[in-house]
Design a protein around this ligand. Structure first.
Ligand code: HEM
Length: 413
């Protein structure tokens, strides 16, 4: 089956397509828009199995015949791509160990007051605009800035540099043809230069931030400067558009499911966490995991053999809608993540991945959403979606998923 991720109908609702693939077996070979082929894994069990299977490698294939990076932008990009999501054990184990310490629960939990402050600042700004009668976009004014402010805090990026960083990361995450010519290339170079100087600065004057801790331990753990640079870039990037989509999708669901909002307000301790979990399942912010490649021929069962060298995409969004694991998967129902009377609750979703590359920032992302959503929605403001949800555009592509705009107004009294 052919797959065209640029098709707006597909990016708005890819689930029927993924459902048809799931019915075909453990993996389906599809033709991509560029004419190449890949195996898509869309069932819950098989997704987890592939993500935990060392026969599927994260190391990008050597692109034979490709010229060595020559322009400064290509060199910057190649350097920043040497991060742990692009490695397998034992390199991966070594790099991962460092971040595990830096993102240990006490370190993440200590960020709570600062996240509350940053989120409250954005909400105050939005409230001012809304009460002045403006229609505001929750992606632009809330879901987009908060993760970048938080991750800047984690990495110890000085406040004065955050605006620029926000601009550069936005640019390198955009398709080259969506911006003026040269804008993406320029951002790669600026980002590379910036991260290089940030490392030098943290070495000279370390702070209490996670990144200073990483820089400090890098020497003992044999992390070279290139690896440290790529690590900083990954941390900046991995937690930004993903969390943005979580906040944007959760906002949209609360606006279109007012009963769930009322329930969360009534029972905040349990319900907000359940809204976050169900959004992660129902609107998986990372649609697909990063690409894997079969390092050898792998028999996935049911007559499906993935030949050595073939590319494999585990579609997390599809695994999270697998009816064999989530009853009524296409219904947004946060109660499935509340413990039932017998103590049971829904299966864990796969939105943060599985296996050795399981998301390092899951605790931070969950905390950020559980803090920010009530600050925005559990107020006397009566937020209303100012568009038909069917008209809201979604980001094209297979990697990240979320509405690009969530315009709201407040109910006039
Ligand atoms: C809602 C927000 C987020 C989602 C849905 C998410 C999802 C994921 C997923 C699915 C993976 C595994 C990808 C794969 O196996 O190919 C991953 C890895 C990773 N995530 Fe997150 N993430 C989120 C937020 C964050 C945050 C806030 C950070 C923190 C800085 C972060 C840092 C990382 C890192 C460093 C990895 C690579 C781990 C490794 O290779 O071992 N993520 N994330």
């Amino acid at each position: 089956m052919r797959l065209d991720p640029a098709d707006p109908a597909f990016s708005h609702d890819p689930y029927p397509y993924y459902g048809r693939l799931r019915d075909q077996g453990p993996a389906a070979r599809v033709e991509l828009a560029n004419g190449t082929h890949a195996w898509l894994v869309t069932g819950y069990e098989h997704s987890r199995a592939v993500l935990a299977d060392p026969r599927f490698s994260n190391v990008p294939p050597q692109r034979a015949g490709r010229p060595k990076p020559s322009s400064p932008a290509q060199r910057a990009r190649a350097c920043l791509a040497q991060h742990m999501l692009n490695t397998d054990a034992p390199d991966h184990t070594r790099l991962r160990r460092l971040t595990a310490a830096a993102f240990a629960p006490p370190r993440v939990d200590a960020l709570r007051p600062r996240i509350e402050q940053l989120a409250a600042g954005l909400v105050t700004e939005l409230t001012g605009r809304l009460t002045a009668g403006e229609t505001v976009d929750l992606v632009d004014g809330f879901a987009f800035p908060l993760p970048i402010l938080v991750i800047s805090e984690v990495l110890g990026v000085p406040e004065a540099d955050r605006e620029a960083l926000r601009e550069w990361t936005y640019r390198v995450g955009s398709p080259a043809d969506a911006l003026p010519q040269g804008a993406v290339d320029e951002a790669w170079v600026l980002l590379h230069t910036y991260v290089t100087s940030l490392i030098a600065e943290k070495r000279k004057t370390p702070g209490e931030d996670v990144f200073s801790a990483l820089v400090r331990s890098s020497a003992e753990d044999g992390l070279d400067d290139g690896e440290l640079l790529a690590m900083a870039f990954l941390l900046l990037f991995a937690g930004y558009e993903t969390t943005m989509n979580l906040l944007a999708s959760a906002s949209l669901r609360l606006l279109t499911h007012p009963g769930e909002l009322t329930a969360a307000r009534r029972d905040p301790d349990a319900r907000w966490a359940a809204v976050v979990e169900e959004t992660l399942r129902y609107d998986s912010p990372l649609e697909g995991a990063t690409w894997r490649r079969a390092a050898e021929t792998v028999d996935l069962g049911d007559g499906v053999e993935v030949p050595a060298g073939d590319s494999v995409l585990v579609v997390l969004a599809a695994a999270n809608r697998d009816p064999a694991h989530f009853p009524d998967p296409d219904e947004f129902r946060p109660t499935r993540y509340l413990a039932a009377a017998d103590g049971k609750r829904a299966a864990p979703h796969a939105a943060f991945g599985h296996g050795p590359h399981f998301c390092v920032g899951s605790r931070l992302a969950r905390m950020e959403a559980a803090i920010a959503l009530p600050l925005l929605f559990d107020t006397p403001l009566d937020l209303r979606l100012a568009a038909d949800p069917m008209d809201l555009p979604y980001r094209p592509g297979l990697l990240v998923r979320g509405p690009r705009r969530v315009p709201v107004t407040i109910q006039a009294t």
